[in-house]
Design a protein around this ligand. Structure first.
Ligand code: HGA
Length: 609
C-alpha cells in the first residue's frame, strides 16, 4: 500500500513521475502528491485528494522544471484523507515520501512539538521528516549519517525516499517493511515501490533488501546493508512486458483478468506437467523432496483471497494426500501462543509477496521449529519469495484489479499440483499424480467453457443488483468458494454478503431468510449434493430466494433458479465454480456503477499490518 516513485536524472522529470505514480495507483488512491527541486534549489510541491488524475489536472498547465523529484500515492493509515496529509511531507530542506506505519509517532510528535516544530498534517510520516531535521540541526552531521542514526528511534515500518534541497544530486532510500526497487537508466536512476511503475523506462532493477539504505545519483548507486556495510546487490532483468499493463478490449482490469484465467492457468501449468504423468517443479531441490517425504502436517498462513485458496487446499491435502492441514489468517497466527505440530511444514500464500501480515507470520514461523517453509506467490523477487526457503510462482501475470481473480485460480492450480507432487513423493506410486496431471490438462478448457455462461450470469446480476444483503452457501471444498464469492461481492459492489457452510444455516442464519435476501449456492454434482438439496428445501420452506449454480438438474420448488453449468471433474470443481461468482460480482458492480478496479478503502498489496 502507498506507492512511491522517485527519480534523479538530467532531464525534466515531471511527466515521467506523473506517469509512473499513476501506474502505482492500485497501491492506494486516497490522494497523491509530488515534489521537485527547482533551479533555485527550492522545493515545489503539489498535492491532491483523489486519484492521480486530480494531481495531473492541477499541474497540467504549469511550466515546471526539475531533474530530481519524489511522488507518492497514499492509502491513509494515520490521519484522514486530506491534502494536508498527502505526501511528500517537508521540513525545511528535507522532503520525504513514506510507505509504512510509525508505531511510536505520538511520543515522537510530542517530543518534537516541545522542540518547537509545527505539524501541518496528522500523519506519522511528518514525524520522520521533522525528526531528521532536528537531528541534523543538533548534530550538524551529513544527512546519510543522520538517517542511520534516527532509524533506531522509529518503531514500525518505514520504507521511504528522502530528498534534500541543499543537495539536488541525490536521493536516499531506506527499505524497511515494504519493497523498494531501484530502476537503472542511462545517466538516470529511479526508485519505486514496484517495477510496474518503471517498466516503460527500464528493464534493469535492483531489489533492495530489508534494512538497506541506498544513495541514488544519476550516474551511480551505493547501497549499505543493515550492518552499514557497502554491498553490491544483484541487477535483475525484468521479463514483464510493459504492454501487459493495459486493459486491452476490456472495460476494467478485473474483467480482463477474469477472462485471462484460461491463459493464466496454462502459463502456470507450462513446463510443469512432465510426460503427461508427473508434476515437475524445478524449484524444488533434494532438501524439499526429503522434507515432503517426512512431513506429517501442513500449516498454511494467508490473508483474504489467498486464505480462501488455502482453505480449498486443506480439503485436497487431507482427502487426496491424507496429510492433516491447518489454515490460519496471518494476522491471527502472528499474535497468539502457538503449539506447533510435530514434523510440520509451513506454507504461505500471497499474490504480491508483500502482504505484511503474511510476511510477519513467515518470520515468526522460522523460530518455531517447522521442517521448512515454502511460499506460493505471483511476484518474483518479492519479500516473501526472498525470505522463504522455496517458492512456487503462480505465473498469473500482473494482476492490477484490486479484487483478485486470476491469482486465486492460479494459486489453486499450484496447490493442486503440490498436493499431487507430495502424494507422488510420499506414496512412491504415481497413480494419483498421474490422474491429477490428466485433469489439470483439461482445466483451462473447462474454464473457457464456463466463461461462456457470462450472459446468463449478467441476467442474474440484473435481477439482484439492488439487494442490500446476500448469502453464499457451499459444502466441503465449495464452502471456501462461497467465502471467496461473498468477498468479491463485498469488495467491488459494497453489498453486504456472508458465506456459510450449507449445513450451518439452521444453526442461526436461517433467521435472516426472506425474499429480499438472495441466497447463492454452488452445488456441483458430488457426494454432498443430496445433503445440499436437503438444506435447499429448508430454505425454500421459509420463502428464501435461491439461485443455484450446478451441473445437476435441481427442480425442487418455484422460488429456485438453477443456472445449469457444464460438467467438471470433481477435484477441480472449486477452481471452476469460483468463475461464475467472480462474474456475478463483476456484473453487479458494473450495473451499480462502482469503481470496480479501485474499490473504496482498499488497495492491492497490503503492506501494512
Ligand atoms: N502512514 C502513512 C503512510 C501510509 C501507508 O504506508 N499506507 O500503506 C500515512 O498514513 O500517510
Amino acid at each position: 500500500m502507498c506507492g512511491i516513485v522517485a527519480a534523479v536524472t538530467q532531464r525534466n522529470i515531471i511527466n515521467c513521475l506523473l506517469q509512473s505514480i499513476k501506474r502505482l495507483e492500485y497501491r492506494g488512491y486516497d490522494s497523491s502528491g509530488l515534489a521537485l527541486i527547482n533551479k533555485n534549489n527550492n522545493f515545489i510541491r503539489f498535492r491532491s485528494v483523489g486519484k492521480v488524475n486530480e494531481l495531473i489536472k492541477k499541474i497540467k498547465n504549469k511550466k515546471l522544471f526539475g531533474t530530481i523529484g519524489l511522488a507518492h500515492t497514499r492509502w491513509a493509515t494515520h490521519g484522514k484523507v486530506s491534502e494536508e496529509n498527502t505526501h511528500p511531507h517537508i521540513s525545511s530542506h528535507i522532503a520525504i515520501v513514506h510507505n509504512g506505519i510509525i508505531e511510536n509517532s505520538l511520543q515522537l510528535r510530542s517530543f518534537l512539538e516541545k522542540k518547537g516544530y509545527i505539524f501541518y498534517s496528522e500523519t506519522d510520516t511528518e514525524v520522520i521528516v521533522h525528526l531528521l531535521h532536528w537531528e541534523q540541526k543538533k548534530t550538524g552531521k551529513p544527512l546519510l549519517e543522520v538517517i542511520s542514526n534516527i532509524l533506531i528511534k522509529l518503531h514500525g515500518n518505514y520504507s521511504m525516499v528522502i530528498m534534500d534541497s541543499n543537495n539536488s544530486s541525490k536521493l536516499i532510500a531506506v527499505c524497511s517493511g515494504s519493497p523498494l526497487i531501484i530502476g537503472l537508466g542511462v545517466e538516470e536512476n529511479f526508485i519505486a515501490s514496484d517495477q510496474i511503475a518503471l517498466l516503460n523506462i527500464t528493464k534493469r532493477f535492483i531489489y533492495l533488501k530489508e534494512g538497506d539504505i541506498a544513495i541514488i545519483k544519476s550516474e551511480k548507486i551505493k547501497i549499505f546493508d543493515k550492518n552499514n556495510l557497502i554491498i553490491q546487490r544483484k541487477i535483475v532483468k525484468s521479463n514483464i512486458k510493459y504492454e501487459c499493463i493495459n486493459k486491452g478490449k476490456y472495460k476494467h482490469y478485473m474483467e480482463k483478468e477474469i477472462y485471462e484465467q484460461p491463459i493464466s492457468i496454462r502459463n502456470t501449468l507450462k513446463n510443469r506437467l512432465k510426460n503427461n504423468t508427473t508434476i515437475y517443479f524445478p524449484e524444488l531441490g533434494l532438501k524439499e523432496k526429503n522434507i515432503f517425504l517426512h512431513l506429517e502436517h501442513i500449516q498454511i498462513v494467508a490473508c483474504g483471497t489467498s486464505y480462501h485458496a488455502a482453505m480449498v487446499s486443506k480439503h485436497w491435502f487431507e482427502s487426496i494426500a491424507n496429510i492433516p492441514c491447518d489454515v490460519e489468517v496471518a494476522s491471527e497466527f502472528s499474535y497468539r501462543k502457538l503449539a506447533v505440530r510435530k514434523k510440520s511444514f509451513f506454507i504461505t500464500l500471497s499474490q504480491s509477496g508483500e502482504t505484511a501480515d503474511t510476511l510477519r507470520a513467515l518470520r515468526i514461523s522460522k523460530k518455531l521449529g517447522y521442517l521448512g517453509n515454502l511460499t506460493i506467490c505471483n511476484m518474483q523477487g518479492s519479500s516473501l519469495v526472498q525470505e522463504s526457503d522455496t517458492c512456487l510462482l503462480t505465473k498469473a501475470g500482473i494482476e492490477i484489479g484490486v479484487a483478485s481473480t486470476k491469482s486465486f485460480t492460479t494459486q489453486l492450480t499450484v496447490l493442486l499440483m503440490l498436493v499431487a507432487k507430495i502424494v507422488g513423493i510420499k506414496k512412491k506410486e504415481n497413480n494419483i499424480e498421474k490422474q491429477i496431471v490428466k485433469i489439470l490438462t483439461i482445466l483451462p478448457y473447462r474454464i473457457e467453457e464456463i466463461l461462456k455462461k457470462n450472459k446468463e450470469i449478467k441476467n442474474l446480476a440484473k435481477k439482484i443488483y439492488n439487494k442490500k444483503n446476500m448469502l453464499f452457501l457451499g459444502r466441503g471444498d465449495q464452502y471456501p468458494i462461497a467465502m471467496e464469492g461473498a468477498l468479491k461481492l463485498k469488495e467491488i459492489s459494497y453489498i453486504h454478503a456472508e458465506a456459510y457452510p450449507s449445513g450451518e444455516l439452521k444453526h442461526g442464519p436461517l433467521a435472516l431468510i426472506d425474499k429480499n435476501v438472495p441466497i447463492i449456492i454452488t452445488a456441483p454434482k458430488n457426494s454432498l449434493l443430496e445433503k445440499t438439496k436437503q438444506n435447499i428445501q429448508e430454505i425454500c420452506a421459509r420463502g428464501g430466494l435461491i439461485y443455484i449454480f450446478s451441473d445437476e438438474e435441481i427442480n425442487l420448488e418455484k422460488n429456485i433458479t438453477v443456472l445449469k453449468l457444464p460438467y467438471v471433474e470433481e477435484i477441480i470443481a472449486p477452481i471452476f465454480y469460483i468463475i461464475p461468482l467472480q462474474l456475478l460480482a463483476y456484473y453487479i458492480a458494473l450495473i451499480k456503477g462502482t469503481n470496480i478496479d479501485q474499490p473504496r478503502n482498499l488497495a492491492k498489496s497490503v503492506t501494512v499490518e
